[in-house]
Design a protein around this ligand. Structure first.
Ligand code: GAR
Length: 208
């Protein structure tokens, strides 16, 4: 059983997709042992509790500085000794010590086809605003391992989504979630949990 901690900041629809996958049996060998939010009002925390998963908040507001927050977050992850950390819409800088400690054991879902519309400042709706402003005809989502950079880690899986002429950032965000994110995040997790994902020289290979 892969012990998983999921980190969230907001609505938690990606968390829900993972919970549903585990409950339905399309995601096997996974136990979500804890959900951590940096935002105490995140609806994602309710989703976790409704599924009987321990849900806690570690907010930067409760600490004197960034270093103290980083230490607390790392401590709360360590406390449950996870095999994998899933960032499912976690919109804070990941502590460097956490990245180091969990090398190749942190994955993130990003709402674009990396390397487009990613890196500093590209999160949530901003990603879709930028994609529409650039006029791309195809966007999508990416699941990747997390390294020291911002959205620069090895790519595990991507799924494209067509942009429509009448899309707004909101409609595009919703379709990217429905057609890509909620599919590839649980799918990637299932593959990792069942030993189907390997990496060599930062290249990920998936065997089905
Ligand atoms: C998702 O679209 C996720 O890809 C994005 O935040 C949203 C969270 O929604 N993450 C990023 O932009 C990370 N750079 P959710 O809380 O409903 O899952």
């Amino acid at each position: 059983m892969l012990k998983v901690v999921v980190c969230v900041s907001g609505g938690g629809t990606n968390l829900q997709a993972v919970i549903d996958g585990v409950q339905k049996g399309s995601v096997t060998n996974v136990e979500i042992v804890r959900v951590i939010s940096n935002n105490k009002n995140a609806y994602a925390l309710e989703r976790a509790k409704n599924a009987g998963i321990e849900a806690i908040c570690v907010s930067p507001r409760d600490y004197a500085g960034r270093e103290q927050f980083n230490e607390a977050l790392t401590r709360e992850v360590d406390a449950v000794s996870p095999d994998l950390v899933v960032l499912a819409g976690f919109l804070v800088m990941i502590p460097p010590q956490l990245i180091k400690k969990y090398e190749n054991r942190i994955i993130n879902i990003h709402p674009s086809l990396i390397p487009s519309f990613c890196g500093t400042g590209f999160y949530g709706l901003k990603v879709h605003e930028a994609a529409l402003a650039r006029g791309v005809k195809v966007t999508g989502a990416t699941v990747h391992f997390v390294d020291e950079g911002m959205d620069t880690g090895p790519i595990i899986m991507q799924k494209p989504v067509m942009v429509r002429d009448d899309d707004t950032p909101e409609t595009l965000q919703r379709r990217v979630m429905e057609e890509a994110e909620w599919i590839i995040l649980p799918w990637s997790l299932n593959l990792i949990a069942n030993g189907k994902v390997t990496m060599e020289n930062r290249q990920v290979r998936v065997s089905e």
